[in-house]
Design a protein around this ligand. Structure first.
Ligand code: UDP
Ligand code: MN
Length: 320
């Protein structure tokens, strides 16, 4: 199928690597659709080269230099920079239908059936389920829709300062009008759902089709131990509550991309060896069960392995 595409977006190198992992996962699960990425000039040429290997089209966009509606709307709303960039997916009129996926998503199986859905289909947002989450959505490229979106943005702005607020206002009857436009949550599973609704995650989590690493901490904010194949978080960095099995899976795919695409991992500073400090903490775990959990990446971030507890251990260690 050449007139339908999965579309993602990257405005920087790290998001570019996220997109690379996403593209790789779509290929791995043998999608029959085209893969397209929108990038901005900030993405370096080395990352573009690796993106070229995975995506059918790498399209550079730049919301600022078109002297048209986009420019005018942008002048009025300088706060909506990346949002405007995302809206440009509606300009891909060489495709009749597309599925947008955030660069921080990962597909776990073939999801081509999403193309059976119509514009505008999306899954509920975990924080406010009467709103849809814009990490995964089905749309039809159209310059007319694009123009209307820009005009709408110029007049109304976005209630959350991003694309999600804007698109929820624009497609405002999504919550009530047509249940076929509600994608199951399994197509946009928030990887923190382990913590927000554990029983549901236990019941349904194994059916996940697309996972989304929502929030400020992304898989690439973690460190990775290639020997044990575990991602872990540095003690002094902001804590993400993503389920460790999904973070480890992201890193597994990333590692294979690194190998296949000959990415120089040192220069990207993404693959890291275990720091001395975290080895010290691990050796303090006397209970073999605890050690096993740690080594399998199943840290209890909210409980005994929470930042506060680890910090206490660390303080004790440093006092000795
Ligand atoms: N994005 C980007 N560069 C940025 C921020 C966002 O390219 O600096 C793109 C990327 O595709 C990302 C999407 O916009 O997945 C939405 O942002 P993000 O995923 O960080 O937001 P969240 O899903 O956590 O709300
Ligand atoms: Mn996202």
């Amino acid at each position: 199928v050449t007139d339908q595409a999965f579309v993602t977006l990257a405005t920087s190198d790290v998001y570019g690597l996220g997109a690379l992992v996403l593209g790789h996962s779509l290929r791995h699960h043998r999608t029959s659709r085209q893969l397209v990425i929108l990038i901005t000039p900030q993405v370096s040429s080395s990352i573009r080269t690796v993106l070229d290997n995975v995506f059918d089209e790498v399209i550079e966009v730049n919301g600022l230099d078109s002297g048209d509606t986009a420019h005018l709307a942008l002048m009025k709303r300088p706060d909506l920079g990346i949002t405007f960039t995302k809206l440009q997916c509606w300009t891909l009129i060489q495709y009749s239908k597309c599925v947008f996926l955030d660069a921080d998503t990962l597909v776990l199986c073939n999801v081509d059936e999403l193309f059976d859905r119509e514009e505008f289909s999306a899954a509920p947002d975990p924080g406010w389920p009467d709103c849809f989450n814009t990490g995964v959505f089905v749309f039809r490229p159209s310059l007319q829709t694009y123009g209307r979106l820009l005009q709408f943005a110029g007049v109304h702005g976005s209630f959350d300062g991003g694309d999600q607020g804007l698109l929820n206002s624009f497609f405002h009857n999504w919550a009530v009008k047509d249940i076929d436009k509600h994608l199951p949550f399994l197509y946009n599973l928030n990887t923190s759902s382990t913590y927000t609704y554990l029983p549901a995650f236990r019941q349904f989590g194994h059916e996940a089709k697309i996972v989304h690493f929502l929030g400020a901490v992304k898989p690439w904010s973690y460190k990775y131990n290639p020997q044990s194949r575990n991602a872990y978080q540095e003690l002094d960095s902001p804590t993400g509550h993503h389920d460790p099995q999904f973070v480890n899976l992201w890193w597994k795919v990333y590692s294979s991309c690194v190998v296949q695409n000959h990415i120089c991992s040192d220069s990207l500073n993404l693959v890291n060896s275990v720091s001395q400090l975290s080895i010290e903490i691990k050796t303090e775990l006397s209970d073999p069960e605890d050690r096993k959990r740690w080594e399998e990446g199943r840290m209890d971030y909210m409980g005994r392995d929470s930042f506060e507890n680890i910090k206490k251990k660390l303080d004790r260690f440093l006092e000795q």
